[in-house]
Design a protein around this ligand. Structure first.
Ligand code: NOJ
Length: 552
């Protein structure tokens, strides 16, 4: 069947958190060799593209989001030849490849920052970052009251050549992640060049880290009483460092770069902004292609909340002609199989209730329904590695193994993120569960729970009722029905007859029901089941289940 749609408008994109995906060389950390060996698994899963978390040279203070060289791979993951081989092999498997670009900040080990530290205040080298004098008589107070998202102040004081305390530099994240100054033409040129470097090698696009953070109010005002906003909290309007209008112009330049390449090379914005209407500003035809929908990810498992979010997203994105994306989990948030397994189920609830008892069966059942629901919505979807195995958040990792830089601060925003980053279980009865090769020298970089022997890809492949089997069937059927209702295109019409707590809508020939109410609901007559997240008996859809129907 030929379709007019561009690939990215309804792609299913699998997020590869590379350090935890598959370890090819036995050092306990995932790498490109491991990923290459698992491409057949990803192709069989039925996804269209991969998004790789940062693989560049990095001191790994923030798991690669502190880049010291944007044109090299970190030796932990491989080298440029491995990268080229991966790009080609992914394409041979029909998988597109999206890299993660980190433009808001570099590593403090980046040559530019090292040069800046060694240069005098007011120098050209320092103008690539935000260096400012401190406040107070002796400059010992930070230039603004901005907090770092990982805790502590967003400013660190430097030491001058004579050993005396000097200017401060800005870091919205860890002190090892100094913010770049995007009003500096050198910074803008350099990043366009980095985009070209990877586009020339054949990558299909970029996920933009902290896409809403690049420009800062040149007056550097205090936040005073306004909300800080942050990685997981929406920034409010007219914010000194998030979601500023000047950032949008940068993406117009980037779009021209991407459009100058053959094929459709695309951008997806990581923009935690106030609401869907603010997201839409990034997604006009001259700016970025798509953005993660964090609204849906933050929602509780509640029909009304989800419907409100879906409607808000569809409304504002239609106005700019951009397709929505639907996301349940990523490497920064508590996995949804865990979020949905408690009585209160929003992301904010999950952060508050971290470590409290979870009904795993309930969480998993809702997760099956949720992935079915989002894959019936217009636009594209994301799969965060391991969700296809039904992996829960590992909330009891011993503090001694935590790696997240936010662990260093008492006032940081939410729990450590290591619990959603535990290396994947592939096979076998005991750790490393096939994550590392037989006889590997090192254990996985985070310990895997013993119970994961039930959750290996190999075990789930053998079980027709597993989460993995559900994902595979779902994505196969979604592909079959693209252009006939699913994916991009067909409008979403809510069915007025749906009972309270039930999300029921039609898209072209396909009808989707998701039952978030407290009782089983009757399905309409004259339809057959394409796929259901739980067995449907006597035309009754059980609680916490979803179904796709087509006319008989
Ligand atoms: C967002 C990334 O997803 C997160 O993992 C990282 O810590 C911050 N940006 C800083 O780069």
């Amino acid at each position: 069947m030929s379709r007019m749609s561009s690939w990215w408008r309804d792609a299913v994109i699998y997020q590869v958190y590379i350090r935890s995906f598959a370890d090819g060389n036995g050092d306990g950390v995932g790498d490109v060799a491991g990923l290459r060996s698992r491409l057949p698994y990803l192709a069989a899963l039925g996804v269209d593209a991969l998004w790789l978390n940062p693989w560049y040279a990095s001191p790994q203070v923030d798991a690669g989001y502190d880049v010291s060289d944007y044109r090299r791979l970190d030796p932990l993951f491989g080298d440029l030849d491995d990268a080229k081989a991966l790009i080609n092999e992914a394409h041979e498997h029909g998988l597109r490849l999206i890299l993660d670009i980190v433009p808001n900040h570099t590593s403090d080990r980046h040559a530019w920052f090292q040069e800046a530290l060694a240069s005098a205040p007011g120098s050209e080298a320092r103008a690539r970052y935000h260096f400012r004098p401190g406040r107070g008589a002796d400059g010992s107070e930070p230039p603004t009251d901005w907090p770092s998202i990982f805790g502590g102040p967003a400013w660190t004081r430097t030491v001058d050549a004579d050993g005396k305390p000097g200017d401060w530099y800005l870091h919205l994240f860890a002190p090892e992640q100094p913010d770049l100054n995007w009003t500096n033409p050198q910074v803008r040129r350099e990043f366009e060049d980095i985009l070209r470097f990877w586009l020339d090698l054949g990558v299909d696009g970029f996920r933009i880290d902290v896409a809403h953070g690049l420009t800062k109010d040149p007056a550097f005002p205090d936040l005073a009483s306004r909300e800080a906003g942050g990685m997981l909290d929406a920034a409010t309007e007219d914010h000194p460092y998030f979601d500023r209008d000047e950032t949008l112009a940068i993406y117009e330049d980037w779009r021209r770069v991407a459009d100058s390449y053959k094929g459709e090379r695309v951008f997806v914005a990581e923009a935690w902004v106030a609401d869907a209407s603010r997201v839409a500003r990034y997604l006009t035809p001259t700016r970025l292609h798509t953005a993660f929908n964090f609204g849906l990810l933050s929602c509780p498992w509640d029909a009304e909340a989800l419907r409100t979010e879906i409607d808000a997203t569809l409304g504002v994105l239609a106005a700019v002609g951009a397709p929505p994306t639907w996301v349940l989990s990523n490497h920064d948030v508590i996995r949804h199989a865990t979020r949905y397994g408690r009585a209160q189920t929003s992301l904010a609830d999950a952060r508050r209730l971290y470590g409290t008892p979870v009904d795993h069966a309930l969480g998993e059942r809702r997760a099956r329904a949720a992935v079915q629901l989002i894959n019936a919505l217009p636009g594209g979807t994301y799969v965060y590695q391991g969700e296809e195995l039904g992996l829960p958040e590992v909330e009891d990792l011993p503090p001694a193994v935590w790696q997240d830089p936010n662990r260093r601060y008492k006032d940081h925003d939410g729990p450590v993120r290591d619990g959603c980053r535990v290396p994947l279980p592939w096979s076998g009865d005991a750790p490393p569960f096939g994550f590392s090769p037989e006889g590997a020298a090192a254990a996985p970089w985070l310990p895997q729970p013993a119970e994961w022997k039930e959750r290996t890809a190999a075990a789930e492949e053998q079980d027709a009722a597993s989460m993995l089997s559900h994902y595979r069937a779902l994505l196969r059927i979604r592909r079959e029905w693209l252009g006939r209702g699913l994916g991009d295109g067909a409008a979403l019409e809510w069915l007025p007859e749906a009972a309270e707590g039930v999300l029921a809508f039609r898209r072209g020939e396909v009808v989707c029901y998701a039952n978030l109410s407290k009782a089983a609901v009757e399905l309409p007559a004259g339809y057959r089941v394409l796929i259901a997240s739980e067995p449907v008996a006597g035309a009754m859809l059980p609680v916490d289940a979803a179904v796709w129907l087509v006319a008989e």
